[in-house]
Design a protein. Structure first.
Length: 554
């Protein structure tokens, strides 16, 4: 049925109700006269009987039958009566029974209007029964007309036509949008300039161009939404099963927006407080950042407070300030007192507690090492079995670069729980002692051995002359004396190269003076000393120092 044909049926439906409202004072008038609330009674004790979404009667529950279940039973019987073409819509009669006035179709009792139902509407029971019967006649007639083959075919035709029109409109909008975007890209984009005064730009050209290019897309999608809404509104109202949805289509979109708007207005004082709090905290953090940056640069000095502590201290203070701001803001957050909000907060707290134990341990360890001055960036340290230079030290991990150019990431909790050897801490000022041992037989004078070790240390580049190197006799073994050469260096990062050079010079010096470096144990003296002859020092592929312009040893 077209919308024009629906109007007479709608008038027939509303006429008895309008006459009844003029004849008797309705609920709204009575409530207004008594100064009471005019809202309709709602709740589990009452329910509306509806057919195709049209309300027929509000009823109360009876003993053993809740209102909602009673309404479903009445709706089912009314639909069965409407489907029975053998009974005319006006073949409804009123019959009195023990519970009230019944409305009967043939031999089937459709519903009974009780005194409680009449009291709910503040009407006489007989009058309410007659009005309800007239509503049922109108509703059943309309129900059958809407489901007739002629109306269905007509609605199907209108639906197909509306669908084709919608597709054509969408195609036209797509072409227009594409052409408009091309026009902006070729004509408008070249004319867009920055907006500003002299050299100061309020709006940059790229931002203005992005806004101009975005406008056609926004307009296109708004037009598409409008076409789809008009299409759905028209088609859904053609069919009885979807007519109620079509009538409420606009409210389905606007009701949530209205709810959000009203909630926003109700929460406006709290939102203003939160905005002010955010600005205050933000600028407080900026002032704190400037203060600690000045400490880090050395502009401000405090006794017993290192400049390298400025950044971690700022991070700690920032966390405390933000945490305090969250505590202050919590009561003003919309919905913070709801059960859902509290449930989500508890769940997040549990997840954070279960999953962040190791993270918190590493964070605490990172800050502890910072304030303990365990090491700084660039130091050569040893953590467990790993030796390397500190490349980066963050809150959670510390990154080391080994002498083999390998990056090793060490969790800070492991560093805090173990021992850290810092080779560079004292090397910069007092020097780091490099030491190595050799085993020499008892037949070699110890003074000669010490002199040769000191000579080898003196030849090694990178070792300090002051403080001078020194030799210790570590032990008197079963077969040899163990000597230890100790020499100072100021470059802990070159330990490997300096050790290699020191060992090479020791071998050279002992070979020069014919002193054999013994193994830890042996069973007898060899026939000849195990020495490298001078002529074999530079056996290929080794090159003698003369080839590079250096003087030969010895």
């Amino acid at each position: 049925m077209s919308r024009v044909n629906c109007l007479p049926a709608l008038f027939r439906f509303l006429a008895p109700v309008a006459l009844l409202a003029l004849w008797l004072p309705g609920p709204a008038a009575a409530a207004a006269a008594e100064g009471e609330d005019t809202a309709e009674p709602t709740g589990p004790a009452t329910a509306l009987v509806k057919v195709d979404g049209h309300p027929i009667l509000r009823i109360r529950g009876i003993a053993g039958l809740p209102a909602a279940e009673r309404a479903r039973d009445i709706e089912r019987r009314l639909v069965e009566f409407a489907r029975n073409d053998a009974l005319a819509p006006d073949a409804l009669s009123l019959q009195e029974n023990a519970r009230g006035t019944g409305i009967v179709a043939g031999t089937t009792m459709l519903l009974t209007v009780t005194d409680a139902d009449a009291a709910l509407e503040e009407m006489n029971r007989e009058v309410l029964a007659r009005v309800t019967r007239d509503m049922l006649v109108t509703t059943v007639t309309e129900w059958r007309v809407q489901r007739s083959p002629e109306v269905r075919w007509r609605n199907a035709g209108w639906s197909v036509a509306a669908t084709l029109l919608m597709l054509i409109l969408l195609w036209i909008l797509s072409r227009l949008s594409r052409r408009l975007r091309d026009y902006i890209a070729t004509r408008v984009a070249t004319r867009v300039r920055s907006v500003g005064v002299q050299s100061f730009e309020f709006v940059k050209a790229q931002h203005l161009l992005a806004a101009v290019q975005t406008a056609p897309r926004v307009a296109y999608w708004v037009a598409v939404a409008a076409v789809l809404y008009a299409y759905l509104d028209f088609v859904l109202q053609l069919w009885p099963l979807t007519r109620r949805l079509g009538e409420r289509l606009f409210s389905l979109v606007t009701d949530p927006l209205a709810t959000l708007g009203l909630a926003l207005l109700n929460q406006l004082p709290n939102l203003v407080f939160l905005v002010v709090l955010v600005f205050v905290v933000r600028y407080l953090l900026k002032l704190m950042r400037l203060y600690f940056d000045a400490i880090g640069r050395g502009t401000l000095h405090f006794q017993h407070f290192d400049a390298e502590w400025a950044v971690p201290t700022y991070k700690i203070v920032r966390i405390l300030v933000v945490a305090f701001a969250l505590v202050v803001a919590y009561p003003y957050i919309p919905g913070s007192d709801s059960a859902a909000f509290k449930g989500v907060s508890v769940m997040l707290g549990v997840l954070f507690s279960l999953g962040s134990s190791s993270i918190i341990a590493n964070v605490i360890a990172g800050y502890s090492m910072t304030y303990r001055r365990a090491f700084r960036r660039g130091d050569r340290i040893q953590v467990g079995d790993v030796t390397g230079d500190v490349v980066d030290s963050r809150v959670l991990v510390t990154t080391l670069r080994t002498p083999k150019n390998e990056l090793v990431v060490v969790p800070n909790s492991e560093i805090l729980g173990g021992s850290v050897v810092n080779y560079s801490a004292l090397a910069r000022e007092q020097g780091l002692i490099l030491h190595t041992t050799v085993g020499i037989g008892y037949e070699t004078p110890w003074r000669q051995v010490e002199a040769m070790l000191l000579l080898a240390a003196g030849r090694t580049e990178g070792l300090k002359r002051e403080p001078p190197p020194f030799v210790l006799q570590r032990s008197l073994g079963d077969f040899c004396v163990v000597y230890e050469i100790n020499a100072y260096t100021g470059d802990a990062n070159s330990m490997a190269r300096q050790y290699s050079a020191l060992h090479a010079n020791i071998l050279d010096v002992f070979n020069e003076y014919g002193v054999q470096i013994m193994t830890p144990a042996y069973e007898g003296d060899p026939a000849e000393p195990k020495l490298v002859k001078r002529g074999d020092w530079y056996t290929a592929p080794a090159a003698p120092p003369a080839a590079s312009g250096a003087a030969p040893p010895g």
